[in-house]
Design a protein around this ligand. Structure first.
Ligand SMILES: Cc1cc2nc3c(=O)[nH]c(=O)nc-3n(C[C@H](O)[C@H](O)[C@H](O)COP(=O)(O)OP(=O)(O)OC[C@H]3O[C@@H](n4cnc5c(N)ncnc54)[C@H](O)[C@@H]3O)c2cc1C
Length: 326
């Protein structure tokens, strides 16, 4: 083995709530975890101002602050948190190989994948401007809908998730306008029927976003156009929700791991195990249903416990740490 190859017991890929929680558990179980943060240290929550639904913060907390706290908690137990990006993996043998920034090779007894998912946006300038300002653009109705209670919002999307999110918003908001690009939904009939039968949801078919309007700080409306007639009109709204899907960050694993048709890693139900022994998955990389920080953290815990049990079964000198359960 070349000297430049590092050997680690537990490698964690990703620094969102799943990765840091896995690091806390793995470090306390004496697995000496090494965690690579990737291009977005702290993960998706670093793009949001207010997190009000993570237990333990009665006054709420900003996403970036919460992620710094999780990082500090993992470091308190001496998890080795590093800058760097895993660019390649080889899970074909007993030892799992990963490469950092295409250069550094690491051999791992266990790997915990916590690479999350990225919400898709339309990509228009005004959307990105108010997204960055935290001024009313969101890709998560369950996370942010509460901030628009009794207000008017617009949601873009036509699939099952978009229908579910529109329905969720309809229970909080005065009015929800749903923009559907084609002349029909992509969603299942039952989901489409549900939004069509909800009184305070107005559906505009053949309609796309021209611009998100605002006062420079917050969203005040949306200018839309009909893609058949090119007619434009403005809709007053304080919130603009984008529900056009997520892309799980799993491309580098597809040669070795079973993924579903949209790229989410398939885990053994009720566990964090993948189809490769010693490789575990947590958080949004395997979850297209819940997509919440608290569920990501929960599955990060599961992955560390599963990895610990795997190591104990493989190596009789590695004892399951009682501190994990304290
Ligand atoms: C705008 C917004 C607001 C939200 N608000 C809330 C909220 O209020 N409450 C809530 O519960 N949830 C909220 N969510 C959802 C929540 O952020 C996610 O469910 C959660 O962050 C998922 O955690 P994760 O650890 O699985 O992955 P992520 O947070 O997506 O983190 C993934 C990590 O993996 C790293 N990574 C990816 N690929 C690689 C690689 N190849 N090598 C190394 N590292 C890699 C990234 O750098 C990142 O650190 C929000 C999401 C968004 C987009």
């Amino acid at each position: 083995m070349s000297e430049s190859i590092e050997k680690v017991k537990c490698l964690i890929i990703g620094s969102g709530p799943a990765g840091y929680t896995a690091a806390i558990y793995a470090a306390r179980a004496n697995m000496k975890p090494v965690l690579y943060q990737g291009m977005q240290p702290g993960g998706q929550l670093t793009t949001t101002n207010e997190v009000e639904n993570f237990p333990g913060y009665p006054q709420g907390i900003t996403g970036p602050e919460m992620m710094i706290e999780l990082q500090k908690q993992a470091e308190r137990f001496e998890a080795d948190i590093r800058d760097g990006w895993i660019t390649k993996v080889d899970f074909s043998g007993d030892v799992h190989k990963v490469w950092v920034n295409d250069v550094k090779e690491i051999h791992c007894d266990t790997v915990i994948i916590s690479t999350g998912a990225s919400a898709k946006y339309l990509g228009i300038d005004s959307e990105q401007k108010y997204l960055k300002l935290g001024g009313g653009v969101s890709a998560c109705a369950v996370c942010d809908g509460f901030f628009y209670r009794n207000q008017e919002v617009v949601i873009v999307g036509a699939g099952d998730s978009a229908c579910e999110e529109a329905h969720y918003l309809s229970k909080l908001c005065k009015k929800v306008t749903m923009l559907v690009r084609r002349d029909e939904f992509r969603a299942s009939k039952i989901m489409a029927d549900r939004v069509m039968n909800t009184e305070n949801i107005e559906i505009l078919f053949n309609t796309e976003t021209d611009e998100v309007l605002g006062d420079g700080q917050v969203v005040t409306g949306v200018r839309v156009f009909n893609n058949k007639t090119n007619e434009k009109h403005e809709i007053p709204a304080t919130g603009f929700f984008v529900a056009i899907g997520h892309k799980p960050n799993t491309d580098i694993f597809k040669e070795y791991l079973k993924l579903d048709e949209t790229g989410y890693i398939i885990n053994v139900p009720g566990t964090s195990k993948t189809n490769v022994e010693g490789v575990f998955v947590s958080g949004d990389a395997a979850d297209h249903v819940y997509r919440q920080a608290v569920t990501a953290a929960g599955t990060g815990c599961m992955a560390a416990l599963d990895a610990e049990r795997y190591l104990a079964a493989k190596d009789s000198t590695f004892e399951i740490s009682t501190s994990t359960y304290n």
